[in-house]
Design a binder for this molecule. Structure first.
Ligand SMILES: C[S@@+](CC[C@H](N)C(=O)[O-])C[C@H]1O[C@@H](n2cnc3c(N)ncnc32)[C@H](O)[C@@H]1O
Length: 363
């Protein structure tokens, strides 16, 4: 697929299988909540804030029950809320939410040129709205001079510890700076860091088409389109080149259910790291370095997976560890701290190189 033809993913219009119950601020809140909890649909008919009120009531009704005290109970409640809230609909007409007091969301024009009259769910609209704000405002990273404007559905970091760690590492890097690769580029921040640090050619790729569109837009606004090339594809699939530096900030949490393309920024499916390392050995130039950014988030969040880099180094001989540097994560709000079990969270930068005693497998 040529990059110009990349079609972004978008929240798909909801086609209810039964007539949605009309909702206004005069409707009986409890009966509307029951309708959507039980799998029916409801549509807001008077004004946008009515929907916000229904959602607030729904949240209270689902989360205030005692079942949420343990991890599984909380997950069940989140699932119930997700199910019901996605049955509360908003009408979209002529690329706008067709209700007074609605936010103006440019994505409705950009992502739905072929649709003029349809329903989106309230959470879908909230996601589009918040993404539109970020796209407009841009996000300023402490390691770049210019803001990045993430396209809808593109992962961008909101905590910066791993970027700072990588920046420090890049400052000390003494190797060749001819070619670099950023696998799973998201909004492109690591690719831009490498361009800023003087890499002549940076190849960035992602499995998510929206990330590719995002980076294509931002290379232009940053004035680095000559030096940063972006393509869509799985891991190293778009590239035949070898690089002096390959960086990967992978999803950090193991997937427990089937993942959507957007989830793949956060949750990895079994075998992802294994495939990454297998391919990486064919894409490092002589003396090239592999940098992987990781964190102990999986451990602090209660997952019990093995450390992917330890597994690689224990089970294979294709890479050698040069160093691991760590940085404590600045703690968020008290609420986040409590949820995360008060364990110290840190990010890690793993620097590896090819193990020369190990002959590279072909293919
Ligand atoms: C944690 S985000 C990191 C994004 C960005 N590099 C950063 O540091 O902010 C992981 C990214 O990897 C991408 N990704 C996940 N699985 C992938 C795969 N198999 N091939 C290519 N990219 C993938 C996701 O779409 C997401 O953009």
């Amino acid at each position: 697929m040529s990059d110009n033809n990349i079609k972004p993913i978008r929240p798909e219009p909801v086609v209810p299988d039964s007539d949605p119950v009309p909702v206004t601020k005069k409707s009986d809140a409890s009966s509307i909540q029951s309708t959507i909890i039980d799998g029916g649909y409801a549509v807001i008919e008077d004004q946008y804030p009515t929907g916000l009120k229904v959602l607030a009531g729904l949240k209270k009704r689902i989360f205030d029950r005692n079942t949420g005290r343990d991890f599984h109970g909380y997950r069940a409640q989140r699932k119930a809320y997700h199910f019901a809230s996605n049955r509360l609909l908003l009408p979209v007409r002529n690329n706008e939410i067709a209700l007074p007091k609605s936010p103006k969301i440019g994505w409705l024009k950009e992502l739905y040129p072929d649709e003029s009259d349809f329903y989106l769910s309230f959470p879908q609209v909230q996601g589009l709205n918040s993404s539109w704000q970020w796209y407009h405002k841009g996000i300023t990273f402490p390691v770049l001079d210019q803001p990045v404007y993430p396209y809808y559905g593109t992962y961008f970091p909101t905590r910066f510890d791993h970027l700072i760690l990588f920046d420090k590492w890049l400052t000390k890097y003494q190797g060749r700076k001819s070619t670099a690769m950023d696998i799973g580029t998201g909004c492109g921040v690591l690719a831009f860091q490498m361009a800023v640090h003087g890499f002549e050619q940076v190849y960035a790729s992602d499995i998510n088409p929206n990330a590719v569109i995002s980076v294509l837009e931002n290379v232009r606004s940053m004035g680095v389109s000559e030096r940063v090339t972006v393509k869509m594809g799985d891991l190293f699939e778009p590239w035949h080149q070898k690089a002096d530096l390959v960086v990967f900030n992978p999803p950090w949490l193991p997937a427990e259910e089937e993942t959507t393309l957007l989830d793949k920024a956060i949750y990895f499916e079994a075998g992802l790291y294994e495939r990454f390392f297998d391919q990486a050995q064919n894409h490092l130039a002589e003396g090239g370095k592999l940098v992987i950014l990781y964190s102990n988030l999986a451990q602090t969040a209660g997952f019990h997976n093995d450390h992917p880099m330890d597994l690689e180094l224990q089970n294979h001989e294709r890479f050698r560890k040069i160093r691991v540097i760590k940085r404590k994560v600045k703690q968020g709000s008290k609420k986040t701290r409590r949820r995360r079990n008060r364990k110290q969270e840190y990010v890690e930068l793993w620097e590896l190189e090819k193990n020369h005693h190990n002959p590279v497998k072909s293919g």
